[in-house]
Design a protein around this ligand. Structure first.
Ligand SMILES: [Zn+2]
Ligand SMILES: [Zn+2]
Length: 145
């Protein structure tokens, strides 16, 4: 990530936060930067462990609050799976995921066929489709060892 991109990203984030009456703090910037740089979608605890070296005074509760603020202003999406810890995704567009049944990690799945697939599926009569999700479940490389 080059510096110019980072400044642009921060400016977009600042504007999004502003629409919800929130400020861009160094903590929120650090949380957002971490989410932008990882390939998978981490839990609040993973984010906490990653930003703590840079921000030694930050707590898990604060990281959690900052993540929720980012979700509320539409900068980050939250993936909830029953009782498992929620995970946070820097992408807010419609996209798909692969999920590991071993470690619980979630990655983006890049396929173009999603909407085409949907046109072959017929729900029961009277059911109006508003949204859909495609998720592949399995075991990641680390968990298959
Ligand atoms: Zn795994
Ligand atoms: Zn994603």
């Amino acid at each position: 990530m080059n510096a110019k991109n980072q400044i642009q990203r921060q400016e977009t984030l600042r504007q999004k936060l502003h629409t919800r009456g929130s400020q861009l703090t160094s903590q929120r910037a650090a949380v957002y930067d971490y989410l932008s740089g990882v390939k998978h979608h981490p839990t609040a605890e993973e984010v906490f462990l990653a930003v703590k070296p840079k921000l030694p005074r930050i707590s898990l509760a604060t990281v959690y609050k900052n993540l929720e603020t980012l979700v509320k202003c539409g900068a980050v999406s939250k993936l909830a799976y029953g009782d498992a810890s929620a995970r946070y995704d820097i992408r807010t567009d419609h996209h798909y995921h692969t999920r590991c049944l071993g470690c619980g990690k979630i990655w983006d799945l890049d396929v173009q066929e999603g909407s085409e697939l949907l046109s072959h599926i017929r729900p029961q009569a009277g059911f109006e489709v508003k949204d859909y999700r495609l998720e592949l479940l399995g075991y990641c490389r680390e968990c298959r060892r």
